[in-house]
Design a protein around this ligand. Structure first.
Ligand SMILES: [Zn+2]
Length: 378
């Protein structure tokens, strides 16, 4: 077990003169505790009315304050177990853990990556999250992000026939990430089985399906997709995920929003918005999908020189709920939050803090970008 998983986390005292017995009489601590007590009162009330845990969570949490973390090993998950109480005390009420193929799948053991998370760890994380009023949402990257650098992930290693660009780009040179083919009918049954296992292990009421930074779509090298509209293919893929996860499994569905934004009208670059024709999907997908709209720079850094972060009002105007997502630059977090707060009555959920390796899990609770991002949503 890693040291971080067993080291007791103590609340930080900001008023030492008023602190006794480990902080229980610190007014700041009481303020944080009050939110926690309210959550449990609402949860007990909702349970008495026959509602589920997540119904109680929704009632108690009008604003979402989330953290996104990639977990590749049991150690990563156990480190999170150790810091969830303090993260919750610092305002976190949603935790997204990106799992992908690092899970001990039983339906397709051949698709396990070299390090896998088991139900021993997911049980512990689920338990500590629920005891602290935190909604736990697993993530499984769909369609794009099927490789990273020279490593192709298990699905396309084991099933190269699922690849949108089969046999091309050896060692992934010349591309960002591989994609699976959105029109290969054999992909769905496999990845749905994997997501079902992950959702079950995390006792999930929601799933994040990634879908960001898809550059390889409607490739000339794919006999099924060649010459077709990327927006239609992207929408078709999302709608299939929605049918399985929302309509059949009754989960909430989250995804990154960048491929639904047109770079020409938004002013963002080709990572935070699309230049490859996928953005027309925005009018062709179910409106109950929750869109995580990520932007990490101050406006002066974008080549298009946008006057504001236009994507929030654009996506809410399309009828979606939007979860603004920032990263590590304080000025960008402040500016993006300002835009989000102006739209807060218009379907904006709160603030999601992404980490992308910029902070260790042990240091996460006091990470300044996290506390800064959460502050206006408390
Ligand atoms: Zn294809």
């Amino acid at each position: 077990m890693e040291p971080d998983a067993v080291t007791p986390i103590r609340p930080q005292s900001k008023s030492p003169n008023l602190t006794f017995n480990g902080g229980m009489f610190n007014p700041l601590f009481i303020g944080k505790s009050r939110r926690w007590i309210i959550f449990w009162l609402v949860l007990i009330g909702s349970r008495l009315q026959g509602e589920s845990w997540v119904d109680g969570w929704r009632s108690a949490n009008p604003n979402w304050r989330g953290v996104h973390v990639i977990t590749r090993t049991p150690s990563d998950v156990l480190k999170l177990v150790g810091v969830v109480p303090q993260l919750a005390m610092n305002g976190m009420n949603v935790l997204i853990v990106e799992v992908d193929y690092n899970f001990a799948f039983t339906s397709h053991p051949e698709l396990r990556e070299s390090t896998v998370i088991t139900r021993v760890e997911t049980d512990r994380l689920t338990d500590v999250c629920h005891r602290n009023g935190v909604r736990l949402i697993p993530q499984f990257n769909c369609l794009g992000h099927q490789s990273w650098s020279t490593q192709t992930f298990s699905l396309l290693r084991v099933h190269p026939e699922f690849d949108e660009t089969p046999g091309l780009y050896p060692r992934n040179e010349g591309i960002y990430c591989r994609s699976w083919c959105p029109q290969n009918p054999a992909v769905g049954p496999v990845v749905f089985a994997l997501m079902d296992e992950i959702a079950d292990a995390f006792q999930a009421d929601a799933m994040h399906i990634g879908m960001d930074e898809v550059f390889l779509i409607a490739s000339d090298s794919c006999p099924r997709c060649r010459g077709q509209d990327p927006g239609l293919l992207f929408a078709k893929s999302i709608t299939e995920m929605h049918r399985h996860l929302v309509r059949e499994k009754h989960l909430d569905l989250l995804m990154w929003a960048d491929r639904l934004l047109d770079s020409k009208t938004m002013g963002y670059g080709e990572w935070e918005s699309a230049t490859n024709g996928t953005s027309s999907a925005v009018g062709k997908i179910p409106k109950d999908i929750l869109l995580c709209d990520w932007h990490y720079e101050t406006l002066d850094k974008y080549q298009g020189h946008p006057s504001h972060y236009a994507s929030i009002s654009y996506l809410t105007g399309q009828g979606f709920r939007v979860w603004p997502t920032g990263w590590k630059t304080p000025a960008a977090i402040e500016a993006f939050n300002r835009e989000a707060l102006a739209q807060r009555t218009n379907g904006v959920l709160g603030y999601l803090c992404s980490t992308w390796g910029a902070v260790s899990i042990g240091d996460l609770p006091a990470w300044p970008p996290l506390t800064k991002g959460f502050e206006p949503w408390k």
